[in-house]
Design a binder for this molecule. Sequence first.
Ligand SMILES: O=C(O)C[C@H]1C=CC(=O)O1
Length: 96
Amino acid sequence: MLFHVKMTVKLPVDMDPAKAAKLKADEKELAQRLQREGKWRHLWRIAGHYANYSVFDLASVEELHDTLMQLPLFPYMEIEVDGLCRHPSSIHEDDR
Ligand SMILES: O=C(O)C[C@H]1C=CC(=O)O1
C-alpha cells in the first residue's frame, strides 16, 4: 500500500541544540534504513519549509502508524496522511 505523507517539523525554539542534533542524526539514520529497505520510497523537502513530502510503501495502515511513531522526530511533527491507489489513466504499471 502506498501512502503520501506530509511531515512538518516543529522543534521547540528553546530545545538544547545538542538534543536537536541527536534527534536529527537518529532520524536520518532510520530514514535512510527505511529507504534502503524500499519502505520509504520518496523523500522530498518542501522548499522554504522544515517539512517534507514522502511516499511510503507498506503492508498496512498499522505498519504506517508504527513506522511513523518510531521516528525520533515524531513527537515534534505534524503529520498528514493520504492513502494512494492506482489512477485509471496512469501509464506506469509499477504504480501501486
Ligand atoms: O527533515 C525532515 O523533513 C524530517 C525528517 C524526515 C526525514 C529526516 O531525515 O528528517
